[in-house]
Design a protein around this ligand. Structure first.
Ligand SMILES: Cc1ncc(COP(=O)(O)O)c(C=O)c1O
Length: 933
């Protein structure tokens, strides 16, 4: 009997139940008259039918009628026919063949054939199939009549085909939106009940339905509106239609914008049918891909660059013809530099590219979306250049991707680094706590510099899967600084938009939520109540502001949010395909032009069309099947977690890190240690309440007990021996990322590989001499003991620090650009070995880095240009056993500034500062002092 594990979706339970049903039905036929076997098989089948009963009503295929038919055959003891029908249905489901050719799987003698299969035979084989939900309380006869009526409109050249699911209640409709990933449209009719007439208690662990009973008594239009709103929250991509008997002209203006169209019931169903097809066509359209495809089929004469265009330099070649054999000709037919002939210019799009970007904006919930053809590394630099002027203060997570460090340096920003909470046991960082951000903003306020603070830049989710409460971070920061701009680096989070639990924690959804909330009278009242309690935020003291959740002033707040996403990392796109999404209330007045300049600065004048076309198709895919793909991705991740944690051998050496391991309890007000494993409602609660949550699709496996460090595990075992590619390791962990491309088979292969590694380890342990064994145990001890603490940011040298020589109290921002470019003069720089640097710091000298020093892993700079060395940084560097340290030369050591350079760099004066700057955060021991002239 398939077991419903809490995190599993019903899809898996359903698939497993159908397979078991087919198997048991076949056995039942074979068992013939062996009574005891028949009885036990019949018992199993009854159980399976009971599992499937509540689920099948949400799907059009095989549909309630066929399911009931199967049940009747079983109850009547017609086991042969029962087995034939079940086998046909299961095979159609398992192979997805019902989408195109159901007749191949069903028995034509069966009396289900005429009703189930015949209508579907009209389906053209090559066109996509979807399902449409109709919500109305109707009798079975009315339902069958409606299905017939809708089917009569099918035409051979329809672009798609669909089948209909009818459900009677609001509760059922919401469950269907969660469970049936084939739904693309929903028709709400006026008469539907509130509660389901079926017992759905077995399904509640898979859903998060809280259908308040008081809604039941609202007038039908309001209830239709509520249903539309709730459906849009779960599945914003669904096309919603309203069919009503009352004056549609009156309703049209009043009803929710969630409805794509409103129809009068008496108008009949043809318009509805055409609208349903049109709605899906709108999402299916991929204007740039289509333009490129038609262009590639036209003969051209190329008299400018790009000899590869139309494969011309290849097909006649004697030496590189294997290039066409490998890639196929189409990719070269589509290689062009044309911006005419139906194509478009990325730098000034007016045609299909512009349209493709608009469609992406709709799908990703932004106001503007821009395609980027060289990764989020470039997307980040574009956004920073568009918004930040030299001297503007930017708050940034120090553990952010290197593109931000370089982007901020190029922009001339005064950078304030924020500290993420450390996870010393795993040699990782978590994310930046909100109190850290507020403290830095308040310090800048005390220093009179709040007006210079331009942007907060955070990575969501982090590489290791820590996810912020995006709305709360923005609300509280906007309470202190109402025009703060946010750049959320969502390089790893493009997929999150397509799952209802993840979506509220994405930048674009949070921005929209904030804009909507700020307009509500209740929100204004909340702000007024806060003002009554603590007075205006501008006048409140730091302790008060740090101790409570802050509400921004709706009258002053501007919502200005940017997100950058590596589409290629988590969705379908060729490598380097990224997008910038914008929801900025001031974009057209303040940013559009500088954004254009920044885009021109960083974008090639020869953008790769294949990447652009793949972005267009990647968008089409998620607009139509994003929900299904992301849900399956999560399931695969949970399968991987289960397999590792429950395998007797694997669990001896490895363990999947959980929310509890990676997010300290203080950041989890829900108190839930393993949100997804304890059921969807718990996951939803944690994702609503907690400051940080863990993205379940990223699986970090702790391997300390193997005695193999992360890097050796990755290179020596996973990659070289088994071809398993992974991206990130720490000293004692390896990170496995599941994506929409992860299959059940790839998960199974990984488990097999891990088990083989564990078996090999057991075998080699058994053969070890006592001395070798002791060596192994020492290694295990080293890997399982906490590492040297990850060092905090020590501070900028006064010559580069914003706190020095400027009015107001010192604050920790620094001018990385000045510190970086000063080192272009070799005579200002020298190299120090680790020992020399330690000696200098011990003497109390301020040793200042000229460059970024980045050990990998963890991959974040422990020193940036202009930063002073601290004993903690040097201790950390000494304890490192990672092979790569960028910015440190093994033969020469650290590149640092000579004193003369620091004197010259001192702002406004050639004299050197006398005392240790207050801006240097980490106390050095002994007390820091300036070095001798
Ligand atoms: C947080 C973050 N931002 C940006 C990037 C750069 O993305 P891309 O590889 O698309 O240039 C990465 C790459 O790993 C990243 O981890």
């Amino acid at each position: 009997m398939p077991e419903a594990q809490a995190y599993n979706s019903l899809w898996q339970v359903r698939t497993d139940a159908w397979s078991s049903l087919e198997e048991s039905a076949a056995q039942l036929v074979l068992a013939g008259s062996q009574d005891h076997q028949v009885e036990s098989l019949a018992e199993t089948i009854r159980g399976l039918l009971d599992v499937l009963g509540p689920i099948e009503r949400f799907w059009a295929f095989p549909g309630t009628h066929s399911f009931q038919k199967a049940r009747r055959l079983f109850t009547a003891g017609k086991y042969d026919r029962f087995a034939t029908l079940v086998s046909g249905l299961n095979r159609a489901l398992a192979t997805d063949s019902f989408r195109t050719s159901p007749a191949a799987d069903l028995d034509p003698d069966d009396d289900a054939f005429d009703r189930v299969v015949k209508p579907m035979e009209q389906v053209r084989k090559d066109r996509p199939y979807f399902e449409v939900l109709i919500v109305e309380d109707m009798t079975e006869q009315q339902e069958l009549a409606l299905l017939e009526e809708m089917r009569q409109w099918r035409r051979p050249d329809d672009p798609f085909t669909y089948e209909i699911v009818v459900l009677h209640s609001l509760e059922d409709a919401l469950m269907a939106a969660r469970l049936n990933f084939r739904l693309q449209a929903c028709v709400v009719r006026r008469r539907f009940t509130h509660r389901s007439r079926y017992d759905s208690s077995s399904l509640h662990q898979f859903t998060d339905l809280l259908v308040a009973d008081d809604l039941m008594h609202h007038p039908p239009d309001e209830r239709a509106q509520m249903l539309a709103r709730a459906l849009a929250r779960i599945r914003p991509e669904l096309d919603l239609y309203l069919m009503t008997e009352i004056a549609v002209e009156d309703l049209a203006g009043r009803l929710s914008h969630h409805f794509r169209r409103i129809f009068h019931t008496r108008e009949g169903s043809l318009e509805l049918h055409l609208s349903i097809l049109d709605g899906v066509s709108a999402r299916y359209r991929a204007p740039f891909f289509s333009a490129l495809r038609s262009y590639s089929q036209r003969p051209t004469g190329v008299f400018h660059a790009l000899p590869i265009s139309h494969g011309k330099s290849i097909v006649e070649s004697h030496w590189i013809r294997d290039m066409v054999d490998f890639y196929g000709l189409d990719i070269f037919l589509a290689e062009t530099s044309a911006t005419c002939g139906g194509l478009d210019s990325l730098l000034e799009p007016t045609g299909p590219l512009r349209e493709a970007q608009q469609l992406a904006a709709e799908t990703f919930g932004s106001r503007q979306t821009y395609f980027v053809t060289n990764g989020t590394s470039t997307a980040n630099k574009i956004v920073v250049q568009a918004l930040v002027q030299p001297g503007d203060i930017v708050l940034v997570d120090r553990n952010c991707h290197q593109s931000h460090h370089y982007g901020l340096m190029l922009a001339g920003a005064m950078v304030t680094y924020l500290e993420a909470y450390p996870l010393n046991h795993y040699s990782m960082y978590g994310a930046v706590p909100l109190t850290e951000i507020k403290q830095q903003l308040l310090a800048l306020r005390r220093a009179g510099k709040l007006d210079r603070v331009k942007m907060l830049l955070l990575t969501n989710c982090t590489f290791d899967g820590i996810v912020y409460d995006v709305t709360r971070v923005m609300e509280e920061c906007l309470a202190i600084k109402p025009d703060l701009i946010f750049l959320w680096d969502e390089a790893w989070f493009a997929f999150a938009r397509f799952h209802p639990v993840y979506r509220p924690r994405t930048a674009m959804r949070a921005a929209r939520t904030l804009i909507e909330q700020l307009r509500l009278p209740e929100y204004r009242q909340g702000y007024d109540a806060q003002a009554d309690e603590i007075g205006p935020v501008d006048a409140a003291d730091d302790d008060t502001l740090l101790s409570r959740r802050l509400i921004p002033d709706p009258a002053r707040t501007r919502v200005r949010v940017y997100s950058t996403q590596s589409t290629h990392k988590t969705l379908t796109s060729l490598r380097q395909g990224s997008m910038i999404h914008v929801t900025d209330q001031d974009f057209s007045q303040k940013v559009e032009e500088t954004f254009h300049e920044a885009y021109m600065t960083h974008t090639s004048t020869s953008p790769n069309y294949q990447i652009l076309a793949s972005l267009d198709l990647g968008r089409r895919q998620v607009a139509l099947e994003g929900f299904e793909l992301v849900q399956k991705q999560i399931e695969n991740a949970m399968r991987l977690r289960d397999a590792v944690d429950h395998h007797p051998l694997l669990s001896t050496y490895m363990r999947c890190l959980t929310t509890k391991d990676l997010i300290p309890a203080g950041y989890r007000s829900s108190g839930i240690d393993q949100p997804l494993r304890s059921g969807l409602p718990n996951m939803i609660k944690a994702w609503q309440d907690d400051e940080f949550v863990l993205d379940p699709s990223r699986v970090t496996i702790y391997i300390g007990a193997t005695g193999i460090d992360g890097d050796a595990f990755k290179r020596g075992h996973l990659m070289d021996r088994y071809g398993v590619q992974i991206n990130k390791t720490s000293r004692n962990t390896v990170l496995f990322m599941t994506t929409i491309g992860t299959t059940r088979s790839s998960v199974a292969y990984l488990i097999e590989v891990l088990v083989t590694i564990a078996r090999d380890l057991e075998a080699s342990l058994a053969d070890m001499s006592p001395a070798e064994r002791a060596g192994h145990e020492r290694e295990v001890l080293r890997l399982t003991s906490p590492s040297a603490p990850l060092p905090d940011f020590s501070g900028f040298h006064p010559s580069f620090s914003g706190g020095n020589g400027l009015p107001g109290a010192p604050t920790p921002e620094g001018d990385v650009r000045r510190a970086f470019y000063l080192s272009y003069n070799d005579s200002y720089c020298e190299y120090l070995t680790q020992e020399e640097a330690e000696q200098r710091v011990e003497n109390g000298d301020l040793v200042v880095s000229t460059t970024y020093v980045t050990p990998y892993p963890p991959g974040y700079p422990v020193l940036v240009p202009g930063q002073v060395f601290s004993p903690e940084i040097l201790a950390f560097m000494r304890s490192l056993d990672t092979p790569e340290v960028h910015g440190y030369r093994a033969d020469l050591g650290y590149r640092v500034y000579v004193d003369k350079a620091l004197e010259i760099a001192a702002p406004g004066t050639n004299s050197r500062p006398e005392a240790a700057p207050e801006t240097v955060r980490a106390p050095t021991t002994p007390q820091a002092k300036t070095s001798k002239p």
